[in-house]
Design a protein around this ligand. Sequence first.
Ligand code: MOS
Length: 765
Amino acid sequence: MSIFLKIMETVVQFVPDQKPDQLIQKTNYVGRPIDRVDGQLKVTGEAKFTAEYALENICYAALAYSSVAKGKLKTLHTEAARQSEGVISVITHENTSKAKKPILLDPSGESRGTAAMDITILQDEHIYWNGQPIAVVVADTQEQAEQAAALITAEYEAQEAKLSFNKEKEDAKTPPRVMTEPTKVDIGNAEKALKMAACTTDQLYHTPRYNHNAIEPHATIAAFKDDGNLVIFDTTQMLYGVKRTIADMYKLEPEKVQVIAPFVGGGFGGKGSVWFHTMVCVMAAEQTGRPVKLALSREGVFRLVGGRTPSEQRVAIGADENGKFVSLIHTGVTATTEHNDFPEQFSFPARHLYAAENIYITQKITYLNTVANTFMRAPGESIGTFALESAMDELAHRMNMDPVELRALNEPKEDPVKKTPFSSRHLTEAYRRGAEAFGWKHQLPELQRDGEWLIGQGVATAYYPYYRFPATVRMALYADGTAVVKAAAHEMGMGTATVQLQHAADRLGLDIEKVSFEYGDSNLPEASFAGGSNQTASIAAGIAATAEKLLKSLFDEALKHKDFALHDLDFEETEVRDGGIYSRKDPAKGASYQLLFQLAGKAYLQAEASSSAPLELQKYSMGSYGAQFAEVRVNKITGEVRISRWVASFDSGRVINPKTAVSQFRGGIIMGIGMALTEETFFDERTGRIMNPSLAEYHVPVHADVPHIEVLFNDIPDEHTPLGGHGIGEIGITGTAAAIANAVFNATGKRIRSLPITLDKILEE
Ligand code: MOS
């Protein structure tokens, strides 16, 4: 997503390639397992989430949904709803105020848009998917709004819709790019090399639709103030995206729109673009002249927010008699809609994980009449590693090789596609640690039993690319040695506030208690969005740039004073520590902030700076890597799969906070367990209706489904990144489903190539 490169005028302050970050070597807080700074607020219920804000005179909105997938609204019956108790307004396309069509989020960075779909709803009679809002009811209470919305009925002029992935995939098209990458990679002649290879595997893999189920359902509160300014509380991963999209749609000056995303209860990509509930809520606030809250029900999230599309992927690998790859092929199809355009990047892992003389990689997309598909934790990489890493296991089994060895044997020396060096890659080391902790030994399938339980072990590689985007940060330093960091960052449970405070404290040489962080508000400077596992690195670069500017200006101000003890010192020769600026060579030389401010004659100083564009990505192949080790127990009689052990070993650069990081990795792996075993969206191909829009019928893993997950990491800094770290939010889910499928094969001798691995597939003869 190069989108922000174009949006922001960047000042080159922090260029990782010019000088490695000083804080990689020497830190106090960075690297320590500090407790979450927001932990107490959360466990005591004091942390406020969007839907919890109580605004004066607020009213509540609920939606009525279309029951056809494509066509036109013929008649809407809203009379009963209008008569219903407490109803203030029923808004439909017949009485709505006009809004501009939103600009679509384009992951390739071509547009400045951030909308999930480029259509307007409640503006005309068009229906684009089954579940599209056809009316919004505003009432005095939530219950009254929902009751009235349930009374709305409609007649449609239905048109034939494209709903069957299996049927439509035959006509799939090759998109011009996948994210910012060219769609196709064609090195040598992979098909020919496959035919001539000593040993091969060539299989199709299938993954189903999946839906987002963050613990906090999406919600918006919109309020127009007396001065015409609009305040929006929103569950978003992209504050500035909401601000821009809404300002554009409602023809407001962007500075008149303030978006507040306080604590967010998980996003995973589902809150990474602007969805219709936000737009509709603003529309309702405008029309009723009152603050409106639109909090989606769990069903509402299924109807309005897309997830992963289904995929069909082919992975073929050809190896010589020693196991060295001569051919690697990864192709396939995913679905999108005509109103967004997002080919989920399942082919990305194959571009970077293995050396092969001949490589052929490409993706196709097919267009369906559904709600837009969207980012969903490692979108693409999660399903892509299922296919690729299952295929690795299939080949290893055919060659009677240890799958860990097969991977080590084909570890590339440089990026196999880009031909650039890796900035930092120690995957083999991660495998070594993981194998040791797990007690990995190569064992043939169907050999281990415990009564009616068949036991198996599986392994798979995890991979997620490194991203960084420019971020602007404001910082204030006070004479009493306290500091405030300000940036429109997002805290969705990852530990953003905690790790950036650790960082800022070290950057300024202060105790962590002396530093505070203001975030979650679009009135603060534009930091990066929270997605693509970029936020920590991006904001870290912003803080580094701003701290340098701030300290330099304090130093320069103090220099003006004739008594300043550091006159013969160059700022470049100083370092911060113990609440002051000191010479690096002569520890006795220097001054506390208190003294510096006294000399400068100021009570505080404030600075704002932006980090550079991610130039490191042009020179290096960068990513996080890992090895997932799973042990499963499969019941021979019922086909039930239980996961009994898990060790995950990551190579993700330097870890900023082992405590919050382990939590991130575990969360990803748990989401992967759901993807592998229990989650699946049931989609009625006759009507386009999602049939299981609730947690009772869409099964996410619960505690009893998850064993203790042991997480290890190399903790080897990458000197080309801020603080030496790589992203860790999404990699946990990658490789997880393959490790489970490989373990199920090892237990049962059954290779399941279609997710989720349910008991019917295991019991099938
Ligand atoms: Mo992530 S799928 O970019 O929140």
